[in-house]
Write a protein that binds this ligand. Structure first.
Ligand code: GCW
Length: 683
């Protein structure tokens, strides 16, 4: 389980083995840089593990078959075989893999314009071998669609992880950076294998100790981590405390327009870059959930972000500024204030005012990582500001890695969403890739789901979310099915039965989770604080702006312009019209946008209340039928340790899904007095 999808199991098929051995007994390259060395090491280990023989490594070919690694335009061998037209198709950090079949020589070229591209090509090649693909006639050109492909960690230096469900931090322990770098090297390998190129190692909530990460006390050790990541093409970033000049310096202000504050950050940047010459920059959570920020000084987010950007600019660093800004002291009686509107209201007026090394980071939905939300209207709504999406791989509201909830299909829906900006078809993925607005910086970020558990992610199948995020960040056009197929083959086996079963389980799991928790886009019915398990009114009379407003007549939040909070106006005209009208609003988001009586008939003909009952019963049944029973069929076909581990989690899921079903159904039965038409047990 530790090796995740980099298992490199011994190839069992004799014919395949022969063909692989024929081509893979030698690695040829004249490059000895750290990143290329990582590629060589991965190929060596992977091939040894799959084929049982270690490839030789040499500068020039010795023999008639080999794998050649090199930079396009700088390697005679490669340049002879790769056409100009092919070279043109390889973008920065992309790669070409091509089998060359000549009379006297047969070899495989893995080439790129950059070293990183060679590393990605090596991982891709190993992936195809793990999937038992033919390499005798291999041909692939593949490029990253998103320039930034970042992972955020919410790790604290005491070793805890905010919203972490897979053990403790792999970076920090007892307020220090860990000594053992092996695990971190393996983590860097996993990141590079899916093309992740940036990592933020500490929590966006930067507490006292973490504030000091940017001081001499820690920078040497941070530089040690940066080096490991650098060897795998991953740039290191830090989350910073906006009030650092006060907490670390001797200033009594963090006012972004104060010259002393500006100078403090400039000096700080210089100091950081002395230790880490390729430091990525800062991730900032400011004026959000009680974190300090420019508001204290009557300044806005652009003032705050730009001040930091100026400090980093001479060194090529960037500021990633989060848009998770809302009133977290709302009075629940106030039905006019709508948290969903907050990010847009805060940032849209500042569009165009940010320096070009500032990037705004926007959660995929307007609320907070619920099981279903509409796409944030700020994505694409910002016409003149670099922005990236923030996904959450860690399953805060989606079952905390006890429940199986494969998020790739959800992210796909977000990426494929058509914003209709300017009345034309413009998908979120086109905006994020930077191709639509021609942004200087663009891409994707996501909050990690890994920790120091032996299997990294708590639930072994949650590794698929980590994998899937990386693959989508590389190429958002990949289908959920193909990503799933790759992951299952590499992680478990190429056996059809195993691939089909686990793929099915993963692909239905999000829908199942949604059914027995909070369908129709209502969200939030969780226990406050830790966010696990059902509590319908847990947040209803609280200050966080997260209300379902259920009464005896109906449920849902009217967010229309016509009669509600006016949130829909933040979308393009066409999208707004769709959401505004209850008849065209996608049903899975019905209660997000509309307040609906329980007797309301859905398109299926069932009433809202009956739909609530039905989905909750169905969800639990599906945990039994589509998850547990299917998994049980794999006994003997996968490793026993994995089999038992996942089964144990699924059984927990079953128990907890019943709790969800009964709490929710009972709540609505008691609220409405309307019976289930099928007379199932409601308490
Ligand atoms: O939803 C909230 C989480 C917090 C998190 C915050 C954020 C890191 O419950 O734990 O803080 O979002 O994204 O900043």
């Amino acid at each position: 389980m530790y090796r995740c999808w980099l298992r490199y199991d011994k190839i069992k098929n004799k014919e395949l083995m022969d063909s692989y051995i024929r081509l893979c007994s030698q690695i040829v390259t004249d490059m000895y840089t750290p990143i290329v060395n990582s590629a060589k090491a991965e190929l060596t280990n992977g091939l040894f593990s799959m084929l049982g023989t270690k490839p030789n490594i040499s500068k020039t070919p010795r023999g008639s078959s080999f794998i050649m690694l090199g930079i396009l335009g700088k390697n005679e061998y490669i340049d002879r075989e790769i056409l100009e037209s092919e070279k043109e198709k390889v973008c920065k950090d992309g790669y070409i893999i091509k089998t060359i079949d000549k009379e006297k020589e047969r070899f495989i070229i893995i080439a790129s314009k950059t070293e990183k591209g060679i590393l990605y090509g090596a991982f891709a090649f190993l992936r195809f071998m793990q999937m038992q693909r033919d390499i005798d006639n291999f041909y692939l050109i593949d490029n990253p669609h998103n320039p930034l492909r970042i992972i955020n960690h919410w790790d604290n230096m005491d070793g805890s992880i905010e919203r972490g469900y897979a053990g403790k931090s792999i970076f920090f322990e007892k307020n220090k950076i860990v000594n053992n770098m092996d695990r971190i090297t393996d983590y860097a390998r996993l990141l590079a294998s899916v093309g992740i190129n940036g990592v933020v190692i500490n929590n966006v909530n930067v507490h006292q100790t973490e504030t000091r990460l940017i001081t001499k006390e820690y920078l040497k050790d941070v530089a040690g981590l940066a080096e490991i990541f650098r060897n795998y093409g991953v740039t290191l970033y830090l989350s910073i405390n906006y009030a650092s000049p006060i907490e670390l310096g001797d200033l009594d202000t963090a006012d972004p327009l104060d010259e002393r504050v500006k100078q403090w950050w400039k000096d700080k940047a210089e100091e950081i870059y002395e230790y880490i010459p390729d430091f990525g920059g800062f991730l900032v959570k400011a004026d959000s959930e009680f974190r300090p920020g420019p508001f204290t000084y009557g300044r806005n987010h652009a003032d705050g972000a730009n001040m930091l950007a100026e400090a980093l600019e001479p060194f090529g660093g960037i500021v990633i500024w989060r848009c998770f800004v809302y009133n977290c002291l709302q009075d629940w009686r106030d039905t006019k204030t709508d948290r969903a509107k907050a990010a847009y209201d805060n940032f849209k007026p500042l569009d165009g005012l940010f320096h070009d090394n500032v990037i705004l980071q926007i959660k995929n939905g307007p609320m907070d990582f619920q099981v279903r939300e509409p796409v944030s209207p700020l994505i694409g709504g910002l016409e003149n500001t670099n922005h990236v999406v923030e996904f959450q791989i860690t399953q805060e509201y989606t079952g905390q890695q006890i429940h199986l909830c494969y998020l790739v299909p959800m992210w796909k829906e977000v990426l494929d969403f058509d914003t209709r900006i300017g009345g034309k078809s413009v998908t979120v993925k086109e905006i994020l890739s930077g191709s639509f607005y021609k942004n200087k910086y663009s891409g994707m970020a996501a909050v990690a789901n890994i920790g120091n558990d032996a299997n990294w992610t708590g639930h072994q199948l949650a590794q698929a979310n980590f994998y899937g995020y990386g693959r989508l960040a590389w190429n958002p056009d990949l289908s959920s099915e193909s990503i799933t197929d790759e992951w299952v083959r590499m992680t478990f086996s190429n056996e059809k039965d195993v691939v089909d079963t686990i793929s099915h389980m993963l692909l239905v799991s999000w829908s199942i989770y949604e059914k027995y928790t909070t369908p129709l886009g209502i969200g939030w019915m969780v226990n406050p604080g830790h966010h696990y398990g059902p509590n319908v009114d847990g947040y209803e009379y609280d200050k966080w702006g997260t209300y379902h407003r259920a009464d005896i007549h109906g449920i849902g939040v009217d967010r229309t312009v016509k009669s509600g909070t006016g949130y829909t106006a933040q979308y393009s005209k066409e999208v707004m019209e769709i959401y505004e009208d209850i008849n065209t609003c996608p049903e899975e988001l019905l209660l997000f946008f509309h307040r609906v009586p329980y007797s309301y008939k859905l398109k299926s003909g069932t009433t809202l209340i009956q739909h609530i009952y039905n989905t909750h019963f169905e969800g639990v049944e599906q945990v039994e039928e589509d998850l547990i029973k299917k998994w049980q069929g794999l006994k003997g076909k996968i490793e026993e340790e994995s089999f038992n581990h996942v089964l144990e989690r699924l059984n927990m899921q079953l128990e907890h899904s019943k709790e969800w079903r009964d709490v929710i159904n009972t709540y609505f039965y008691r609220k409405t007095g309307i019976k289930d038409q099928l007379n199932r047990k409601i308490y």
